[in-house]
Design a protein around this ligand. Structure first.
Ligand code: NAI
Length: 438
C-alpha cells in the first residue's frame, strides 16, 4: 500500500522535527499482546504503526520497533526486532541516507527479517534484528568526533532496550564505531580484537563463499572447482582473499573486476603469473556480469541480479558474498531458476560475518570448531549441507532456491532457544510497561 501520511512520506529529518515539536525523544511501535495490533507509544504517531502494519511483505509480525533521536546531532536511530524465538535479535546497524521515513522503515523491517533467516539457517541461537540510523544531512558523517557521539548514543539505545536486540557492524559502519557503541552497552558484537572482539571476518566470509560454490557444483554433478572459470565482481575485503582461495583450489581462470583503479592494479600485481585477469569497470556497467564463466561471484554491491542482467548471464552458478544480490527476492530468484542457473542464496553462503561476530561471547579456540563446522562438509547447519538441502528441495518441488531457503529458515527461526526460550516478547513487554518511550 503506498504511503500517504506526511509522517511517512516526509524525510527522517522531518520526523525528528515533529518529535521535537511533540516534546518526544523516543517512541516505539509494539504489538498489543491481546489483539496483536501494532500500537504506537504515542497516539500522534499511530499513523507510523498503521503504515508498518500495512507494509505488505516487508512486515511480518515484527516483535518491536524502537526509535530515538540521538542525544547529539539530531539523528534518527532505530532498532528493529523481528523474531527472537532462537535468542536475542542479532544483526548489524546500518548508517545510511534515506529520502523518506517509508524508505527508512521498509529497509529496517526487511533487513531485520533477512537476519532472522540468515541466523536461523546458520544454526545460530540468535533471533533476527537490525539497527538503522538515518543520516542527518546537516552533520558531517566523516567527522570522527561526530561518529563517536552517534555510536555512543546508539549504545545507550541498546542498553535501554535491555538486550532484546544485539547490534553489530554493517554497511556504512566499522569496528571503531562498534567500539564506541561498546562504551555504552554490552549489547554489541564485532568489536576490535583489542577489546576481545573477533576482528575482520572477510577471510572466513570468502571461505564460506567457496563452500557454497563447491556445494553448487556437486549438486549439478559438475565436479570440483578444479579447471573451472570463475568471475569475481569486486576485489575488496572478501573478493581479494576469494581470488587467492580459488587459485589455490585449482581453478583454470579467474576474471575479476572492480570500479577502483587502485584495487585492480594491486590485484594484478598480487596475482601476477597466475591465471587471473582484472578489468576496471564503470560503476553502472552491468554488462560485465555477462562474462562467460562457470561461476559468477557477486562480491561488490546488492541488486546486481535483475531483469536487465539475468537474461544475459552466461554462468551456470551464481554464488557470492554481496548482500541482497536479487533486486526482487521472488521475481529474480524465479528468473534465475527458469534460466537453469543455480543461485546459492546470499544469506546462506555469506553468513560468516555474523557467525564470527555472534559467537564472540563464546571465547576463542585455535582452529575454532564453532567457526570450522560452518565451513566443513559434515555439520547439518554448515554451508555445504544446508546448501545441498536447499538445492534438493528446490529440485524436488520446482520452487527456486532463494524461496526454498527462506522457507527452511523460517521454520528453523521458530524453534525456541534451548535455554532462554522465546524471551524477546517478555523483554519488550517489560519495556512498554515501564514506560520506555516516556
Ligand atoms: P568492500 O567494500 O571491501 O569491497 C567491495 C569492492 O567492490 C570494492 O573494492 C569496490 O570498489 C568494489 N565495487 C563497488 N561497486 C562495484 C561495481 N559496481 N562493480 C565492481 N566492483 C565494485 O566490501 P567487502 O567487505 O568485500 O564486501 C563485499 C560484499 O559482501 C558487500 O556487499 C558486503 O555487504 C557483503 N558481505 C561482506 C561480509 C564481510 O565479511 N566483509 C560479510 C557478509 C556480506
Amino acid at each position: 500500500m503506498p504511503a500517504t501520511h506526511p509522517l511517512v512520506t516526509r524525510s527522517p529529518q522531518a520526523l525528528v522535527e515533529t518529535l521535537r515539536g511533540l516534546g518526544l525523544r523516543r517512541f516505539c511501535l509494539v504489538p498489543d499482546p491481546a489483539t496483536g495490533a501494532l500500537v504506537a507509544s504515542h497516539p500522534a504517531l499511530q499513523p507510523l504503526a498503521d503504515f508498518v502494519a500495512a507494509a505488505g511483505r516487508d512486515f511480518e509480525g515484527h516483535e518491536g520497533l524502537f526509535f530515538q533521536i540521538s542525544e547529539r546531532h539530531d539523528t534518527l536511530q532505530g532498532a528493529f526486532v523481528h523474531r527472537t524465538c532462537r535468542g536475542q535479535a542479532a544483526g548489524g546497524v546500518r548508517y545510511w541516507a534515506y529520502d523518506t521515513v517509508e524508505d527508512y522503515l521498509r529497509d529496517g523491517l526487511r533487513l531485520a527479517m533477512g537476519m532472522t533467516h540468515k541466523n536461523a539457517l546458520a544454526g545460530l541461537w540468535w533471533g533476527g534484528g537490525k539497527g538503522v540510523m538515518a543520516r542527518n544531512p546537516a552533520v558531517d558523517r566523516d567527522d570522527p568526533g561526530v561518529r563517536a557521539d552517534l555510536y555512543r548514543d546508539y549504545g545507550a539505545l541498546m542498553t535501554s532496550i535491555r538486550g532484546c536486540y544485539v547490534t553489530a557492524e554493517d554497511v556504512g559502519t566499522c569496528v571503531t564505531d562498534m567500539d564506541h557503541i561498546f562504551e555504552r552497552t554490552r549489547f554489541t558484537t564485532c568489536i576490535a580484537p583489542a577489546l576481545g572482539g573477533s576482528g575482520n571476518p572477510s577471510v572466513p566470509t570468502a571461505r564460506g563463499v567457496v563452500a557454497g560454490m563447491r556445494a553448487a557444483l556437486e549438486h549439478l554433478g559438475a565436479g570440483t572447482l578444479e579447471g573451472k572459470t570463475v568471475a569475481v565482481q569486486g576485489l575488496g575485503n572478501v573478493g581479494w582473499p576469494l581470488v587467492g582461495m580459488l587459485l589455490d583450489a585449482g581453478v583454470a581462470r579467474i576474471i575479476g573486476c572492480d570500479v577502483d583503479e587502485g584495487r585492480v592494479a594491486s590485484a594484478r600485481d598480487r596475482f601476477a603469473g597466475r591465471p587471473f585477469e582484472a578489468t576496471l569497470i564503470a560503476r553502472d556497467d552491468e554488462s560485465w556480469l555477462a562474462t562467460d564463466c562457470d561461476v559468477l561471484a557477486p562480491c561488490a554491491t546488492g541488486a546486481v541480479l535483475n531483469p536487465r542482467t539475468i537474461p544475459r548471464l552466461r554462468a551456470r552458478v551464481v554464488c557470492g558474498a554481496a548482500n541482497n544480490q536479487l533486486e526482487d527476492p521472488e521475481r529474480d530468484d524465479r528468473a534465475l531458476h527458469e534460466r537453469g542457473i543455480l543461485y546459492v542464496p546470499d544469506f546462506l553462503t555469506n553468513r560468516m560475518g555474523i557467525v564470527t561476530c555472534a559467537d564472540e561471547q563464546a571465547g576463542y579456540v585455535p582452529g575454532d570448531p564453532l567457526i570450522e563446522r560452518h565451513l566443513g562438509r559434515d555439520w547439518e547447519h554448515g554451508i555445504h549441507r544446508a546448501a545441498l538441502r536447499v538445492f534438493a528441495e528446490s529440485s524436488a518441488t520446482g520452487r527456486p532456491p532463494g524461496t526454498t531457503a527462506r522457507a527452511q529458515a523460517d521454520a528453523l527461526s521458530r524453534e525456541p532457544h534451548p535455554i532462554f526460550g522465546h524471551r524477546g516478547p517478555a523483554i519488550i513487554r517489560g519495556l512498554v510497561d515501564d514506560g520506555w518511550a516516556g
